[in-house]
Design a protein around this ligand. Structure first.
Ligand code: HEC
Length: 728
């Protein structure tokens, strides 16, 4: 055990760093605490003084890729004066929380075979109660979970294999070449680290998404809850009999909320893959799209509620649930609130999963896609009212300029009339609120009065299904077919890419890349692009040639057998023949924009809402963000699309970045009045954290930008009130 060489000094530091109010000066778990409340008891910064909030320090993390296509979605931890965060390229770092001075950094890619792809939303902290020198920072990247010494950033070699656990192992089936990553942190209950993951959701084969508990000391897997049940497990009959052998998804990609007192972990599960066609997964598909309460020690299910049956819209819960305390009809209820992409809040009694506000099964339209069987009803809570509009009618068409109205109307008249849960279609289905929500991964904050603060998007997107290009009897035997079914969802059937999603166009790519470059990319993936190791060598070669504009060679007999050289893998994971049996692909994730690039729907486009969960009524709703050029034309602030969540404080404020205009803002928690804003070096698409060091309260936010067409950055910025001599 390491002892401080200067016990007196460290005791002194401890005294000095005690918060004046007895409040918690730390931000020791993702989103503030293990209940994901986004709440801080700090009260130095108030509605009265927030106008003088100013930058305290800026830390440039480095680690931006050469093409500057990066983001930071991290909600940093702050523990005893040290801030822990991640860089755009997945390095972990520690800085002094009062100054931003770097203490250490850890580069996972220093280890061979570990990539720095994807995004990271945060880390986990644990200390051994019996041995206070053992303090650990955990975080995952690629398909590894790393345990670092919180003091030095070095791997804890007794954990897993030399400090890391391979997360693709122990999934219940082989996930060999399949896409896998971890974007959100897990949660730690006693000595059990509970973790989810991100897996594929396209028509390609996808890994399953069980929830797992790992020993914080050794990394050993302690339990696994299969979210796609095996024979004999509850929910097995909500799928076709062999679904558990090849259907993927139903993964917790957003994080958790933990009720430490009850030992319950609340797990919001993702949709099953393929997102938009479920003809090979008839049934309600438990435990996809659920909120599941598990015993955190054993992984045993206590209760569950499914929020979307047989999802065909990627309508999975977008954020961790939030623990709240409400009083309903005179009864105090320890509740858990789950915000959704559709713009609803489901509120359940934590104990037994009983809805606090009744839920109705509402009839929804049937699907006319080949082989599809949509659920006849979907659950909708009777209260609170949705925080995003639910219907895109003629009346919702943008009115900011006559020309944009005309153009959107023209498209509108060719699409199917919108209804909530309108099934995917070939002529185009309006998805409103859009694919990312409604609520998005930033989630909601809750204060001890039972008020929920949630930022919302009101964007319409269009989902268009296309019939897969098949070659008779041999699916995926041509580069064109592979591209259409797998690559086009991101790069577009027309190869024009998707600027808002940061997906580059592939038109003219042969001038930049050689075949070997494309093959390397397909093997390893890069940034948000997953690896495509499940395709056979031949298929990889065919699609590379297709992308590079090389004329297809006459089909060799072997090439007409997809996955021929990975027969074993195919056997185990359902493989590429499952892919070949999916009759549809999509034209990609497309926001519906007017000719000037503004949303096709009438403003507001982004809002911040305060909902009283005791009554189910709204306290206030305000727009979040603006387009300065529209405001200058006399259009009232429209709000903008926004990513990253709010923080609420006992001091009476709601802090949030998230908006596309790159401002960081403070609102009065009681009234929703905007009291302060600051233009960040790049947009703050991340949830802020607040903490106190030496009697001074700070608010910090990662300014990573890099979404919805805004620039990327590598700064974390901390703000505080002027030192005024008094605060040290
Ligand atoms: C989930 C979305 C997604 C899918 C599916 C996808 N890509 Fe990509 N692709 C990306 C992104 C994002 C990048 C940019 C990566 C970076 O530079 O950070 C990219 C980059 C590329 C590039 C490099 C472009 C350049 O200008 O450097 C090529 C080539 C490419 N993809 C080909 C493919 C092929 C072929 C497929 C299908 C087998 C495919 N992609 C499927 C998202 C995707």
């Amino acid at each position: 055990m390491r002892r401080s060489p200067l016990p007196i000094l460290s005791a002194l530091v401890l005294v000095c760093s005690l918060p004046a109010s007895g409040a918690d000066s730390n931000w020791s778990a993702y989103l503030g605490d293990k209940g994901s409340s986004h709440f801080s008891t700090l009260r130095q910064i108030t509605p009265e003084n927030v106008a003088s909030l100013q930058p305290a320090w800026t830390f440039h993390t480095g680690g931006m890729p050469p093409n500057n296509r990066s983001q930071i979605q991290c909600n940093p931890l702050i523990i005893n004066g040290v801030l822990y965060g991640t860089t755009p390229d997945q390095q972990a770092f520690a800085v002094e929380a009062a100054t931003g001075k770097e203490l250490w950094r850890f580069d996972p890619a220093a280890q061979p075979g570990i990539k720095k792809s994807g995004v990271n939303r945060g880390l986990m902290f644990w200390e051994d109660k019996a041995n206070p020198a053992d303090r650990r920072i955990f975080y995952a990247n690629d398909h590894f979970l790393h345990a670092l010494d919180a003091g030095t950033g070095r791997r804890i070699s007794s954990f897993g294999e030399d400090g890391s656990v391979e997360l693709k192992a122990n999934l219940g089936r082989d996930a060999g070449g399949l896409a896998f990553g971890v974007s959100s942190p897990g949660v730690i209950y006693k000595d059990v680290l509970i973790l989810g993951m991100r897996v594929g959701e396209g028509p390609a084969p996808a890994a399953p998404g069980p929830v797992r508990g790992f020993d914080v000391r050794t990394g050993k897997m302690l339990w696994r809850f299969n979210t796609i049940p095996s024979p004999g497990e509850f929910g097995y009959d909500t799928w076709p009999p062999n679904a558990y052998t090849h259907i993927g998804g139903a993964n917790v990609w957003t994080g958790f909320a933990l009720d430490e007192k009850r030992g319950l972990v609340f797990c919001p599960t993702g949709s099953a893959a393929f997102d938009f066609w479920g003809g090979n997964r008839h049934g309600n598909n438990l435990f996809a799209n659920c909120l599941i309460a598990l015993d955190a020690q054993t992984g045993k299910r206590v209760w569950h509620q499914q929020l979307v049956h047989h999802d065909l819209w990627d309508r999975d819960p977008p954020a961790p649930p939030t623990l709240v305390n409400v009083t309903r009809n005179g009864r105090k209820i320890d509740a858990v609130a789950q915000v959704t992409k559709s713009g609803h809040v489901f509120v359940f009694d934590r104990e037994n999963g009983e809805p606090v506000f009744p839920i109705e099964e509402v009839p929804v339209p049937a699907s006319d896609l080949q082989g599809e069987s949509a659920s006849p009803t979907q659950p909708i809570p009777t209260k609170p009212a949705a925080f995003s509009r639910q219907l895109f009618t003629y009346n919702e068409i943008t009115n900011i300029f006559p020309a944009s109205h005309r153009q959107v109307l023209e498209r509108f008249s060719k699409l199917r009339p919108h209804t909530p849960f309108a099934p995917p279609s070939r002529e185009g289905t309006i998805v409103f609120p859009g694919f990312d929500g409604g609520a998005e991964w930033g989630g909601a904050a809750a204060d001890p009065d039972g008020i929920l603060y949630v930022n919302a998007n009101e964007m319409a997107w269009i989902l268009t299904m296309v019939e897969s290009k098949k070659t008779a009897g041999a699916p995926l035997a041509t580069g064109e077919a592979i591209f259409s079914q797998i690559c086009a969802a991101c790069h577009g059937q027309d190869r024009m890419g998707n600027k808002a999603q940061n997906v580059p166009p592939l038109v003219g790519v042969e001038q930049r890349l050689k075949k070997a470059d494309v093959l390397a990319l397909l093997k390893a993936g890069k940034g948000v692009m997953p690896s495509f190791g499940f395709l056979s060598e031949q298929q990889q070669s065919l699609v590379a040639d297709h992308v590079l504009g090389v004329a297809p060679a006459p089909a060799a007999p072997a090439a007409s057998k997809p996955g021929a050289n990975s027969a074993a893998a195919k056997e185990e994971m359902g493989g590429a023949d499952v892919l070949g049996s999916i009759p549809y692909s999509t034209t990609g994730y497309n926001r519906w924009l007017d000719p000037d690039g503004y949303p096709a729907v009438k403003p507001p486009w982004g809002t911040l809402n305060a909902i009283d969960l005791n009554t189910g009524e709204y306290r206030w709703t305000v727009t979040l963000g603006e387009f300065p050029e529209l405001t200058a034309k006399g259009i009232p602030p429209t709000g903008t699309e926004n990513y990253g969540g709010p923080v609420v404080t006992a001091g009476g404020l709601v802090f949030i970045g998230a908006s596309r205009d790159e401002y960081f803002r403070a609102f009065d928690r009681k009234t929703g009045r905007e009291l302060w804003k600051y233009k960040l070096p790049a947009a703050g698409y991340a949830t802020p954290s607040t903490y106190e060091v030496n009697g001074r309260q700070y608010v910090v936010i990662a300014c990573g930008g890099g979404k919805i067409g805004t620039k990327s950055g590598d700064a974390y910025m901390a703000f505080a009130l002027p030192a005024a001599g008094g605060a040290k």
